[in-house]
Design a binder for this molecule. Sequence first.
Ligand code: NDP
Length: 448
Amino acid sequence: MESIKFVLDRDPHEREFHQAVSEVVESIQPVLDKNPQYRREAILERIVEPERVIVFRVPWVDDQGQVHVNRGFRIQMNSAIGPYKGGLRFHPSVNLSILKFLAFEQVFKNALTSLPMGGGKGGSDFDPKGKSDNEVMRFCQSFMAELFRHIGPDTDVPAGDIGVGAREIGYLFGMYKKLAREFTGVLTGKSLNWGGSLVRPEATGYGCTYFAAEMLATKGQSLEGKTCLVSGSGNVAQYTIEKLIELGAKPVSCSDSSGYVYDPAGFTREKLNFLMKLKNAMRGRVKLYVEQYPEATFVPADPALGYNPLWNHKADCAFPSATQNEINERDAKNLVGNGIQVVSEGANMPTTPDGVNIFLEHRILYGPGKAANAGGVSVSGLEMSQNSMRLNWPREEVDKRLKTIMKNIHKMCKETAEQYGAPGNYVTGANIAGFVKVVDSMIDQGVV
Ligand code: NDP
């Protein structure tokens, strides 16, 4: 077994990054054994080292005239198969370790989409929550005042992630355009009026649901009638719930960092509209949902419990769509104990390694984030294509392409897992398929 000691020694404090690297290294062992060239080329040492890390000061002024300073980052991880591509996250927890784990995962995810995109990620420890629109605008402008010199439509194309939605992309794009004196597809997730793609907002949630449907189809089943647990209440969660309703499933939960809502009757279109208004327009907390729909219950978050009761409800499918490490070993055991059949990850790395092992041991249909949530970056890739061609595809066209991409990712993961003696293990399939494509491209391009 390859050691990741060199990663631990070089960056001892990057816990999340170590977690992401060890999972990949474990999966790709048979590939390394079969291809001695990879060791000679020090491919592992090269792929874990970002091509470039940019860290910068982001000063901004609040509505009272007080100056604040946040830290901005962009990790340009790997450009072997295309320009760097990956979201920006604005959340107080953001640090180098979290962004490196996200950038590392992004490299493999983007390779799986079959679109020409390298991997990157960025963001800031800025918290948009509770800030006025003007404060968010001033922050975004200051952030872009530095970032703009490092990105471009053929260099690095950021998008949204936690805390970065349509509003933030708008402010970031406006500042980029002013500084670069160019109207180009330098960000994805843009609004429709100025270069965005139809279905981009929906893409991650829809794609994750399509991936779950593909996994279920291998057992001759569908999502129809299935009870589904969803966490989060942001972009990914909202459109996961929307697609589940459309496919006849019954989504029964959502959450934010304050706690979760459980609605045993299931979300309807009307309830989802309320949730969307609450989260997107009012920027409120999920707790307010139960005031509108008293048949639902709100359970406040309690980290001291050591497990999340959201994952202890009886359900057929789970769609973790909030953040990393939100399902631990105990949560995974609770899900399995309650008869879960499918886990399709909308969030990035939402399950801890011990939790993943529980799913694999019990042969759950488990779709890891880098495969199951690749729909978002796929439609970002389609947005880039449309920008280059200076045209917009209709909604049906984009959704059809998204569906085909998710189907192909599922097929690639499934077949690669079988080829390497791990049938049904989508973790092995996704890691190996993504890895081989990227490292073979790196070798073609020499030691750079
Ligand atoms: P949003 O900011 O729209 O929503 C995030 C949701 O997760 C909110 O409900 C938020 O609650 C909750 N959340 C965030 N951090 C925490 C935390 N530490 N503890 C508990 N809840 C938390 O982000 P997205 O929906 O875009 O992203 C969700 C996940 O999906 C992330 O892991 C992201 O990396 C991943 N992803 C997103 C893609 C996209 O296209 N947007 C593409 C692929 C993956 P609160 O409001 O209280 O903070």
